[in-house]
Design a protein around this ligand. Sequence first.
Ligand SMILES: [Zn+2]
Length: 231
Amino acid sequence: MSITPDTRVDLDRFWSTIEASGEIGKGRPGGLSRLTLGDADRDMRDLFRSWCEEAGLTVEVDAAGNIFGRRDGSDNDLPPILIGSHLDTQINGGRFDGIAGVLAGLEVIRCLNDAGHVTKRPIVVVDWTNEEGARFSPPMVASGCFVGKYDIDWVHDLIGDDGARFGDELERIGYNGERVCKAGEIDAYFELHIEQGPILDAEKRQVGIVTGGYPVRGMRASFKGQTSHTG
Ligand SMILES: [Zn+2]
């Protein structure tokens, strides 16, 4: 088997990979609560890492916990192609979202392996830490640090809603990596991700319609009066 323009990914394998991910950090029916750097995030990272290793990738973790699975090309001096997204979710979030983006990268690698195809450039599958920002605000801190927007010490000092420190949680779950959190040269970056904007619709592409959402409402109420038991 070789790679041709008609080569397709293995949908059954991709689906079963998504389903295996869907077993980790279950939230509401059909959804996940896999908050950044919690135990479920750790379990998913461990599984992703083992999948990467099984696919022959060289796995590295950086100081923000971003995971990189690299497949060598025929010319490894060339800047790599990155494919990735995030494996964390909101509280009662979806089980596709960024997860499909990371695991699609893995599926591409598996297909290349099946075909015995060596690409010219290296390909790197990435899981970005804390895309969601559901536990540690703001979102996208680790990819932000990677591109130089945030300092790593600032990222490590973030305090979550539960009072936990980002750097301590990274350490606790074993993902405070050795690699410096900094982008080198990159040829291209692909991210398959749910679009929440109008572009696909405006271009009359086939789209999946969301039939239910996760509503968030914050309220602060104050009551004025007089404390009194039955009066
Ligand atoms: Zn997402």
